[in-house]
Design a protein around this ligand. Structure first.
Ligand code: C5P
Length: 230
């Protein structure tokens, strides 16, 4: 089946601080967003990308293609989920009705092709969709209001949801619209699909597929990318 990348890049990076949103900071001469897009478009099954950007985005470099594949843009929304839904809808008339949507954070520049390949294989074999995820390594504590520990959460079955996340485009759009209609802000695509009753598969991905959230993350990703490309 045909796969289209949908990249939410409309965040303003308030937690990161600084003059530019984090997806536009440069690593080894290319913006974080370029690394993310190129990693997606590197897969043969991925036909092109739809990038959701902020309405007043002054940093968008104006790409119309990368790696010989089309790059389209649309205007994102107030929450990440709104940006993803806008991207899915903007693919009307560009991607076929039965296309799959490969949703990936603009702020994750270190996606490995092997992880992407396994994600596609699992999603296509299973049916409802799949996400990259990493097992939780630390012991998890639930805090009480006083800042003490209320409980320790068994971590055996806990995973961290990463991106990309791969679903049928029409099913994902319907699930995101339903969540928004119910006033629920979903923080990833799988959460919307789970609410819709889908069986979503976890595909273990590399832990170094980091989301750049703080300046320390940027330094770490810079190191990882330099080592990978060496
Ligand atoms: O803020 P957070 O790190 O969770 O953002 C994850 C991704 O979602 C980023 O690539 C960011 O640009 C994007 N985003 C968006 N629209 C928003 C908020 C975040 O596209 N309203």
């Amino acid at each position: 089946p045909e796969v289209w990348a949908v990249v939410p890049a409309a965040g303003r990076g308030r937690r990161f601080g600084g003059p530019r949103p984090k997806q536009y900071l440069e690593i080894n001469g290319r913006p974080v967003l370029a690394h993310a897009l190129d990693a997606l478009l590197a897969h043969d099954a991925v036909r092109g990308a739809m990038v959701a950007i902020a309405p007043d985005d002054a940093d968008w470099p104006g790409w119309t293609e990368r790696r010989g594949k089309p790059v389209h843009t649309c205007v994102g929304g107030a929450e990440r989920a709104d940006s993803v839904l806008a991207g899915l809808r903007a693919l009307d008339g560009i991607a076929p009705q039965d296309a799959w949507a490969l949703v990936h954070d603009a702020a994750r520049p270190n996606l490995a092709l092997a992880d992407l390949d396994r994600l596609l294989a699992v999603a296509f074999a299973q049916g409802d969709g799949a996400i990259l995820a990493a097992p939780v390594r630390d012991t998890l504590k639930r805090a009480n209001a006083a800042g003490g520990i209320a409980a320790t959460q068994p971590r055996e079955q806990l995973w961290r949801a990463l991106t990309p996340q791969l679903f049928r485009r029409d099913a994902l759009a319907a699930a995101l619209a339903a969540a928004a209609g119910d006033g629920i802000v979903v923080t990833d695509e799988a959460m919307a699909m789970e609410r819709a009753g889908a069986q979503v598969r976890l595909v273990e991905g590399r832990e170094d597929n980091l989301k750049v959230t703080t300046p320390a993350d940027l330094a770490l990703v810079e190191f990882l990318l330099a080592r990978r490309d060496a």
